[in-house]
Design a protein around this ligand. Structure first.
Ligand code: AMP
Length: 364
């Protein structure tokens, strides 16, 4: 079986690493000659919308998937017309635009923060009189890791935030004074079987994920499962899906979803019976889904912008290091490590050791 992947970054790399024990082979399409998954399969080198390469990918791969949601709609449609593509292009179309995504959440009964579309400075001023302060202005498209976002604390912030958007369509949403950020990751196979991972509790700084922890028996697990089930059913979803949520006063509010494997699920490689990467492959190949039960308490720490010495990391008991084979660059995720422990105290102490090392090299 050959799996085609649009994109050859670290997510594609970890999907391929999970696929080798299942006897799978991989073809990646990626414009970058040194993309970090290239060494794990055949690399079609060129633009995502190169018709010749897309035709090759569609012909040679038994199934095509992707590691990012900003796949151009015509590319997804072309591939879907020629081979099996999971998840389906509709999930991409919804996830690519924050406004469409929020309206979709609303239609299927998943709560969001109050929001309003803005297409001019005047409409932003008007929206703020309804949304109230503080709020966040976000570009509708191409925003990730906090990019294209501005916090609006007072009327003085409006003009610079609007100018920074440079005319792209945007949405303004109420700032949620959350108690916790969590995500739920689920997998659904072609036959409709579904599994849910224990919630991840996520710590962001500067809009970028820094630490995720697995949460067994979390009081919010059931509510999160109800919301992600609605999303998967409404999208007739196949593959791994991640839903990012804010918890505030015992209630959940959706922020966004990612139609792919997700950084907040990297802990599942060592921390769950079956990783999110393996379950993504099982789902798109319509294989039985693997057990998602967690093994111990697990946490994952991202290394951003730089790498500590491998020796320093590997002397931490139980640390599992995942280097992405990427040149360190400001704000770039270059590796992660995960740790497991039997008690919360032990886990927190291991997280502290990892974050101390991560902070020493972090230039984001
Ligand atoms: P996003 O790109 O929408 O995932 O936002 C990146 C991060 O910014 C989130 O993980 C939160 O930490 C923060 N954030 C985004 N939207 C809000 C909001 N409405 N209220 C509070 N924090 C937010």
């Amino acid at each position: 079986m050959i799996v085609g992947i649009l994109g050859a970054g670290q997510l594609a790399r970890m999907i391929a690493l999970a696929g080798y024990p299942l006897g799978l082979r991989f073809i990646f399409l990626d414009p970058s000659s040194d993309a970090c998954a290239n060494s794990l399969g055949e690399h079609l080198h060129g633009d995502y919308n190169d018709p010749r390469l897309l035709a090759q990918l569609a012909e040679r791969a038994d199934v095509v998937t992707y590691e990012f949601e900003n796949v151009p709609a015509d590319v997804a449609a072309f591939l879907a017309a020629h081979t099996q593509v999971h998840p389906a292009p509709k999930a991409l179309a919804v996830a690519q635009d924050r406004l469409i995504e929020k309206a979709f959440f609303h239609d299927i009964g998943i709560p969001t923060a109050a929001y309003s579309a803005v297409d001019s400075f005047e409409s932003l001023e008007q929206a703020m009189s309804i949304i109230g302060w503080p709020a966040i202005l976000k570009s509708c498209t191409m925003g990730y890791d906090g990019k294209g976002q501005s916090l609006l604390k007072s009327a003085e912030d409006l003009k610079p935030a609007w100018d920074q958007l440079d005319g792209v369509s945007a949405v303004v949403e109420a700032f949620v004074p959350f108690n916790r950020e969590i995500s739920i990751i689920a997998a659904r196979n072609v036959s409709g079987a579904t599994v849910f991972y224990p919630l991840s509790e996520n710590l962001h700084r500067g809009g970028i994920l820094r630490v995720s922890k697995s949460c067994d028996n979390d009081p919010m697990q059931k509510e999160a499962e109800i919301y992600i089930s609605r999303l998967m059913e409404a999208l007739d979803y196949v593959g791994v899906l991640a839903l990012e949520l804010f918890e505030i006063d015992g209630k959940l509010i959706a922020n966004e979803f990612a139609p792919r494997v997700h950084n907040s699920g990297h802990w599942t490689i060592e921390g769950a019976e079956t990783s999110q990467f393996e379950n993504h492959l099982r789902a798109i190949l319509d294989l039985p889904l693997g057990n998602t039960t967690s093994v111990d308490k697990t946490a994952m720490v991202n290394f951003i912008g730089g790498l500590p010495l491998t020796n320093d990391l590997l002397t931490i008991p139980n640390a599992h290091l995942h280097l992405y084979d990427k040149e360190p660059r400001k704000g770039r995720k270059v590796a992660h490590a995960s740790v497991r422990a039997k008690t919360t105290e032990e886990l927190e102490s291991l997280i502290k050791k990892l974050t101390t090392l991560a902070n020493q090299v972090d230039n984001s």
